[in-house]
Ligand binder design. Sequence first.
Ligand SMILES: [Zn+2]
Length: 217
Amino acid sequence: MREINFQTIHNKPIWVSSVQKILSTSLYMGEFQYPAGSGTWYKGQHEPLISKELYLRTREAMKRESEFRYLSKDFAFTRLMRCGHCSSGVTAQEKHKKLAGGGIATYIYYGCTRTKDINCPITYLREEDLILQLIGLIDTMSLDELGLRNHLKEDIERHQNFQAMLGIERQEFKLQDFDIKNYAKHVLKSGATDEKRQILSHLKNRIVLKDKVLTIE
Ligand SMILES: [Zn+2]
């Protein structure tokens, strides 16, 4: 298990998604669950960095926020996509898989809606693969810069509020210092799933999905 080093917070920006990751491990309050979700708790060797109460309160607030965002923004970007075989729209489908050790894994797949051709030879693309391909395409795409800058601004504010709550010295950021394409790539690489989908809703190009490969129209 990696020792947590609070220095990183002073040396470089820590993003909301990283904060969520930290909170989801709960290591910061000195206890951890192993395997994750098993209900078996261990006490860490180190001093808790935040109190259990703060941990639970913050985590609950983040969960509520993420549920809300999931409902309101989910999959907005699929309207940009069409099937490369039959030009129908593209839709996202949720698939659940029972895990051997108990619990259920959820996967999101993208594929043709078959509204224009009922016999379209659909192949489905996993969301993780879709996002990886889009990260590679972003440099050649047009983005809704204003929308992304607003998203970034909210991200920074949430981060600063979170720091204030932990009593950490406030970091100042200038919005214009951020390369917006790099920011989009950063969230697509390490954001939470709903954050990634929000970033994708700011893409402006039409995207074609054919045989599991995305191309820009
Ligand atoms: Zn099709």
